[in-house]
Write a protein that binds this ligand. Structure first.
Ligand code: 3PG
Length: 215
């Protein structure tokens, strides 16, 4: 799958939502009720970070939840891309990008949302064929003002900012012409996951889904 077609697939996935919840799971037993709560709350596109040993099992389970579109985050290596694909991830997300990772997702047929934080990084992705990027870490790299500035000369690339995005600052990102959606972990707080407070997470998802209507 070429980077161009990966980007097309990512745009189609992102068009379903304005917020992608980012999930860090320590226990795969939480995967099903969590995904069900997010889908019920109106956020069916879910990123599970490959930062815990439970992540691949969680992706496997979430991929079977009706209505959920599950991606694997924190892809760092070709091995991560392969494991994510085998587990059933429908897309991948990486904090940055390397030629090795881009080659791996192309071979694996796994649409990638690659990370970039500077104009040169965005240009390198675009040169490679990607016209979508995760702007990461968004708040630390200048937030909405930075994204607006990068978008002025580079209008071809659409972004999903993540890193420090909250219910408070998400609307300002979502108003930018070059933002297709935002990602964040505020919808899936660890204390609520550990307590099994799925109704609470569904409520957070519902609030996030209503932040700014997607056209
Ligand atoms: C990520 O994992 O991609 C982001 O770091 C999530 O950032 P947040 O926890 O600040 O939402």
């Amino acid at each position: 799958m070429t980077p161009q077609n990966q980007s097309k697939a990512i745009r189609a996935i992102a068009a379903q939502v304005n917020v992608i919840p980012i999930v860090v799971l320590d226990d795969a037993a939480h995967a099903r009720p969590l995904a069900e709560a997010l889908v019920a709350g109106g956020l069916p596109v879910i990123e599970v970070t490959l930062r815990t040993s439970a992540a691949l099992d969680a992706i496997r389970v979430m991929a079977t939840v009706p209505g959920a579109t599950v991606g694997a985050g924190t892809l760092l290596t070709p091995k991560d891309a392969h494991a994510a694909k085998v587990a059933g991830a429908q897309f991948g997300v990486s904090p940055g990008c390397t030629p090795h990772l881009a080659e791996a997702v192309t071979i694996e047929n796994l649409p990638l949302l690659p990370g970039a934080a500077t104009a040169s990084e965005v240009m390198a992705l675009w040169q490679h064929g990607y016209d979508v990027a995760k702007f990461f870490p968004a708040e630390m790299y200048g937030g909405t003002e930075a994204l607006k500035s990068i978008g002025a000369p580079i209008q071809q690339v659409a972004f999903c900012p993540t890193g420090g995005v909250t219910s408070q600052n998400a609307p300002a990102y979502l108003r930018l012409a070059n933002v297709m959606c935002v990602g964040g972990s505020w919808i899936t707080p660890k204390d609520k996951i550990v307590a099994g407070d799925w109704a609470g997470i569904e409520a957070l998802a519902r609030e996030a889904a209503a932040l700014s209507p997607h056209e």
